[in-house]
Design a protein around this ligand. Structure first.
Ligand code: FAD
Length: 466
């Protein structure tokens, strides 16, 4: 049987891009249909942002018990129930997924469960798991189908010890050792989780440093911290092939000089990039072409076919949940008659390691190509709150324009860095100068005083540092 549904806007994919766009569209008065073949919330809620943060908290709390003796707190009999840790994570995910369903329902978004694909530029087909089908006729269509982990073309990649982030998030028991291929956000967060839980971790990265897309000071900081903590890091390392020896995986890597060595680990996490979910969309029916596997869009988030928009990971670019959500809002506003451009100037990038890493605006290298820049740093060692709570590792780095003092980029490594970056983002959006940030009274003692202090440094002298 085949039903027909009419809508102003039909969205394929219910991740942080698609579901946010659906709510926004409904709030603007449109009749919205959202097609999702799996769980609402997409990668972010079900196998990305949220479950990783739940497990990171477990791992960091577990590790922290070791340092409590210096506060006079004695802990004996520390033990980890991994099954319970997984259950807590799953409960957090279920709560949030349920919340998204409730929001969509309250906003009167029609959610169709099933696989969506194009029939033509204004018609979609949704195939439900029970074999029935729904045809959706929509004035505007949005593709928000996200991405999945990319395989790299090396020998042995399909071995049973090679896991994706999704598989590792549900591994039934903790491995003895783990090798991680790729040192982007996903790779280093998993390194942090499993190291803190006592697993022997090795990171393998082809680029010269960790976090290759961020300001290089951040990657260098994390490399030193990881090495000090006992995480083995191999940079400039190219994976040649992998082999299962029956009890563990042997990974052959080659460095820049052509020297080879073998790393052994019980399991391997493949975290070397993501690819767009476009197979099965029948894009041929509308003649939509891909660029390097992703759907190209303009700054209004419209594809080359008028009336069809694409947002989030499926478009490549900055693959983050909050970027997908913002793109969704921009696309929906444009689909419903406005004309606004996406603005990427203050996109925060956050890494939830211990300590945290966060960044917004231009890196020093990017800024130097366009401006005469000033660079200032302030250490958390000179921050009262950080010393009091014994979390004084790290720094803030401020990149500003020498001529006008405009804040161009702020890069943080330290306690609560992922929260502090919000203030830094607002400063960039407001085109604030270093003086304006320095003259804003910050509460004492707080971690975010480091932002005021680094601005003092940039506009003259820091008070609490020499
Ligand atoms: P997705 O979230 O991937 O959602 C797409 C949805 O479309 C899915 O639910 C899928 O089932 C559905 N779909 C696909 N094809 C069809 C079809 N044909 N018909 C019907 N439905 C379909 N980002 C952050 O900002 N912060 C983080 O801390 C963070 N941590 C991460 C950790 C990990 C381990 C991973 C893998 C990613 C992480 N990300 C993080 C990235 C973030 O998850 C993604 O950028 C984000 O989910 C992209 O949103 P999206 O809406 O574009 O796509």
């Amino acid at each position: 049987s085949e039903n027909i549904v009419k809508a102003d806007l039909a969205i394929i994919g219910g991740g942080p891009g698609g579901y946010v766009a659906a709510i926004k569209g409904a709030q603007m008065g449109a009749q919205v249909v959202l097609i999702e073949e799996d769980q609402l919330g997409g990668t972010c809620l079900n196998r990305g942002c949220i479950p990783t943060k739940a497990l990171l908290e477990t791992a960091h709390e577990y590790k922290k018990l070791d340092s409590l003796s210096k506060r006079g707190i004695k802990v004996t009999g520390k033990e980890l129930d991994w099954k319970q840790a997984l259950a807590q994570k799953d409960k957090a995910v279920a709560t949030l997924v349920g919340g998204v369903g409730y929001l969509l329902q309250q906003n009167k978004v029609k959610v169709l469960k099933g696989h969506g694909q194009f029939i033509d530029a204004q018609t979609l087909l949704c195939q439900h798991s029970d074999g029935t089908k729904t045809k959706i006729q929509a004035a505007k269509i949005m593709i928000a189908t996200g991405s999945n982990p990319k395989r790299i073309p090396v020998e042995g990649i399909d071995g049973k010890r090679i896991l994706s982030s999704t598989e590792l998030l549900n591994i039934p028991r903790l491995p003895d050792s783990l090798a991680i291929i790729g040192a982007g956000a996903v790779g280093v967060e998993f390194a942090s989780i499993f190291h803190a839980l006592g697993v022997k971790v090795t990171i393998i990265e082809a680029m010269p440093g960790l976090l290759p897309t961020m300001d290089t000071d951040l990657g260098s900081f994390l490399l030193k911290k990881f090495s000090k903590d006992g995480i083995r890091v191999e940079v400039n390392a190219y994976v040649q092939g992998m082999r299962d020896n029956g009890s563990s995986e042997e990974i052959r890597i080659k460095n820049l000089d052509g020297q080879e060595q073998t790393i052994e680990a019980e399991f391997v996490l493949l975290a070397a990039g993501r690819q767009a979910n476009t197979a099965g969309l029948n894009l041929e029916a509308v003649g939509l072409k891909l660029n390097a596997g992703f759907i190209p869009v303009n700054e209004y988030m419209e594809t080359e076919i008028s009336g069809i928009y694409a947002i989030g990971d499926v478009t490549g670019g900055i693959m983050l949940a909050h970027v997908a959500s913002r793109q969704g809002i921009v696309a929906v506003e444009n689909a419903l008659g406005k004309k606004i451009k996406i603005d990427y100037r203050s996109v925060p990038g956050c890494i939830y390691t211990h300590p945290e890493i966060a960044s917004v605006g231009l890196t020093e290298a990017e800024a130097s190509q366009r401006y005469d820049v000033a660079v200032h740093r302030f250490p958390f060692q000179a921050n009262g709150r950080a010393v009091a709570v014994d979390e004084a590792e790290g720094f803030v780095k401020l990149v500003s324009d020498k001529k006008f003092g405009e804040i161009l980029g702020i890069h943080l490594a330290g306690p609560m860095a992922t929260e502090l970056v919000g203030e830094a983002g607002l400063a960039i959006t407001m085109e604030s100068t270093v003086e304006e940030l320095a003259n804003t009274i910050h509460a004492h003692p707080t971690f975010n005083e480091v932002l005021m202090e680094v601005a003092h440094a940039a506009s003259g002298q820091p008070i609490h540092n020499v």
